[in-house]
Design a protein around this ligand. Structure first.
Ligand code: ADP
Ligand code: ZN
Ligand code: ZN
Length: 724
């Protein structure tokens, strides 16, 4: 009697698909198979094998080919993925598709995972000596003139080198070779003497190695968390085990990789989305083989195989980048906890501004909290001061006090950061005569003025149009930009401080890979400069000469309808402020606002993040919002409002009437129209997670069966982190 393979396929259906085993090979659980699916051929993962196959299995199609002799995914990862797909209501295949690097989702044998080396050919050496190349090619030739380098070393020293390597290789100037992964002992640099709190943290977590236990490491930026991570990773390496370090954004990575490698003296595997697919697959496979000891990565690196796991660290655990907002909507921090439990290793969540979720878990005794209160080297915390903007004469949104502080700072030869979490020139273009404003035709939202003042762009759907010369409604030509974005601040600061370099750092100026690092690398440590930018500047790269942080406006965050807005604002303010005075020089922070009396701001400045967060948690408890209740959001959109409404009404009607289940909606989404689609939602809430869990899968299945579901695009978001 033939066995049947239950296969997870990369299709958005919450089901496994049955196939007969391929003609050749013994397909085991965790192996990939190529199967026919409709008119396509898809790569799937064998999730289960049913040896007691039913009779109708004869009608099943046969898998075309077995791609792996051994399981690609080990039992722990299989189990974690199944758990994740179930918890976040994903399709099983989508969970696997997130876990496997793209190159491993193709019907090909696994690539070799020896270290990849690049070196100059003889012709390459002559080309270097002749100096005939420019730009990236020239830089790469120069890097390699002293001998071969591994791909990892190249990525560290010349981000984005692969393009140049391809060009040079096709011209016969470079060649590539594979060597077996060697545990080359790189020279390690020495650690600073840890202070008492750091030692305490290392001792406590170190004592837990070998068992599951969650910890919250609560320490502001600069308090020495990374040194704690390093000391613990050293212990893990000494035990011959692997450490996984998750960071929210790769902007953080190049500096962190360098620091990790220099300290630990081992190769650090990096896993993130802007890596080439081949590199990503190789890093993943080296982790699976156990030859990668330290793995640093962003969200999806939480799926890295860890056959010899020793420790998982989630840095900046409060960061919303850990939540995937489309497709399979998992949360990497939450999944890191689940994996740590399955692997039997401690998990360390680090943050200077922990999420309210983690604070609540710590308060309930589920996490053990470790504090780092002192800044090492006796760096004083920055002085924070509110600047009341009311009645002030503003210059492009900046008050005289703020501009004077910038002037003082650069006059002393130091650097200032002017922070505004809004890119573009101005968020609104307004007609001063009739009140018309430029709105997006597809989103019902104002268009942002960009590119000096030439273009209008929608930040929600990327619609672009030229800025009109006159008002299209009244025909009188007085169009005024309202409000400020980073471009406008940059322009104003360049005019005000013509002798000082002004550097803008936002999504526009850092569109290219690694542009962020390169921009910041232009800053001389001891020269004056002004940085203007969005929250990208809140972290990454240490700037020792930065002594002033001027926050231009945060008031939008005080009026948002999102109940998480105040938490985010507090985190952002503290993170940005933390950039000031990181080295020996004391720092200063100015916070400009029209609401100097706002309780959140006052609280934050007078009593700090922990106190402000405690108050916010209290409020959440009183009104039973997360983390004291659990939410699931059903989103739907379609070109026609009526289709959205019908679907959501049908979906509502399928829900059980339970006292423990609150249902809000159907209602319009906070942004009712986006990219030409009408949007609506239905919010389920309960203080008991089990109540939600019990009804969600059956409900999801019923939704798939609804005729009205075919006219909309819909999705379920478990524990949504914003209600947009
Ligand atoms: P965080 O990760 O919390 O932002 P880091 O670990 O990066 O903090 O530490 C901030 C700075 O202080 C770094 O330059 C680091 O080398 C230094 N540092 C950390 N701990 C110590 C210590 N115990 N003694 C001296 N310098 C330290
Ligand atoms: Zn007008
Ligand atoms: Zn739009």
């Amino acid at each position: 009697m033939p066995a049947v393979l239950r296969v997870a396929l990369p299709v958005p259906l919450p089901a496994l698909f049955d196939y007969l085993p391929p003609a050749v090979g013994e397909a085991g659980v965790g192996a990939r198979v190529l199967v026919p699916f409709g008119r396509q051929r898809l790569v799937g993962v064998v999730v289960a094998i049913d040896a007691e196959a039913a009779v109708e299995s004869r009608r099943l199609k046969q898998a075309l080919r077995l791609l792996d002799d051994d399981a690609l995914l080990d039992p722990e990862l299989m189990q974690t993925l199944a758990w994740a797909a179930d918890y976040w209501l994903g399709a099983p295949g989508e969970a696997y598709a997130n876990a496997l690097p793209l190159a491993l989702r193709e019907p090909k044998p696994l690539p070799p995972i020896g270290d990849e080396y690049w070196s100059l050919t003889l012709a390459g050496r002559s080309a270097h000596d002749a100096g005939s190349r420019r730009g990236g090619s020239k830089a790469l030739l120069t890097l390699l003139v002293d001998g071969a380098l591994s791909a990892q070393e190249l990525t560290e020293r010349q981000p984005g080198w692969r393009e140049a390597a391809r060009r040079l290789a096709s011209a016969g100037l470079l060649e590539r070779s594979e060597r077996a992964p060697a545990d080359r002992a790189l020279p390690a640099s020495s650690a600073p003497q840890l202070n008492d709190e750091q030692q305490q943290a290392v001792a406590v977590v170190g004592a837990a190695l070998g068992d599951y236990q969650p910890f919250l490491l609560d320490g502001v930026t600069g308090s020495g968390k990374t040194e704690v991570y390093l000391a613990l990773i050293e212990q893990v390496l000494a035990q011959g085990r692997q450490a996984l370090l998750l960071v929210p954004e790769i902007g953080l990575a190049p500096q962190t990789v360098r620091r990790l490698r220099q300290r630990l003296g081992v190769i650090v595997e990096v896993l993130h989305s802007s890596l080439s697919e081949g590199d990503r697959a190789r890093a993943w496979l080296r982790a699976r083989a156990g030859s990668a000891r330290v793995i640093l990565g962003t969200r999806s690196a939480v799926f890295t195989p860890l056959p010899q796991a020793g420790l998982i660290i989630v840095d900046e655990e409060h960061d919303s980048a850990y939540k995937q907002q489309e497709g399979f909507r998992y949360h990497a921090r939450d999944l890191a906890l689940v994996r740590a439990r399955a692997l039997g290793v401690p998990v360390l969540l680090g943050s200077g501004t922990p999420s309210l979720e983690s604070l609540a878990n710590a308060a309930a005794g589920r996490y053990r909290t470790l504090h780092l209160r002192a800044r090492p080297g006796a760096i004083r915390p920055p002085q924070v001061q509110i600047v009341d903007m009311r009645m002030q004469r503003l210059q492009h949104g900046m008050s005289p006090a703020l501009l004077a502080a910038v002037a003082d700072t650069v006059a002393r030869g130091e650097q200032a950061l002017v922070f505004r979490n809004r890119r573009g020139y101005a968020p609104v273009l307004l007609c001063h005569s009739c009140g018309w404003h430029a709105g997006c035709p597809h989103c019902d939202r104002p268009l942002t003025l960009h590119a000096g003042r030439r273009q209008l762009i929608c930040h929600h759907c990327d619609h672009r149009q030229r800025m009109p010369q006159v008002c299209p409604v009244c025909g009188v030509g007085d169009l005024k930009p309202q409000g400020q974005g980073t471009e406008r601040l940059e322009e104003a600061l360049v005019a005000q401080f013509p002798q000082v370099p002004v550097l803008r750092v936002d999504r526009e100026t850092t569109r290219r890979r690694d542009a962020f690092e390169q921009l910041l690398a232009q800053l001389q440590d001891d020269a004056p400069a002004i940085l203007v930018g969005t929250q990208m500047l809140a972290k990454g790269h240490d700037l020792p000469n930065l002594t002033l942080v001027a926050i231009v406006g945060v008031d939008e965050g005080l009026h948002s309808i999102d109940f998480r807005a105040e938490e985010r604002l507090a985190q952002l303010v503290v993170q940005v402020a933390g950039r000031a005075g990181r080295a020996r020089k004391p720092g200063r922070v100015l916070l400009q606002t029209h609401q100097p009396e706002h309780p959140l701001l006052r609280n934050l400045l007078a009593r700090g993040y922990a106190a402000a967060a405690a108050d916010l948690l209290d409020e959440r408890r009183k009104i039973q919002l997360p983390p004291y209740s659990h939410q699931v959001l059903l989103r739907a959109d379609a070109p026609q409002r009526e289709h959205v409404d019908t679907f959501l009404r049908d979906a509502r009607a399928l829900l059980p009437e339970l006292d423990a289940l609150q249902i809000a909606g159907p209602m319009q989404a906070p942004m009712p129209l986006r990219a030409g689609r009408q949007r609506g939602q239905l919010l389920l809430e309960s203080t008991q997670r089990s109540v939600l869990r019990a009804m969600l899968r059956p409900w999801q299945h019923a939704l798939f069966a609804l005729p009205s579901a075919r006219r909309v695009r819909w999705s379920l978001d478990v524990d949504p982190i914003d209600l947009y």
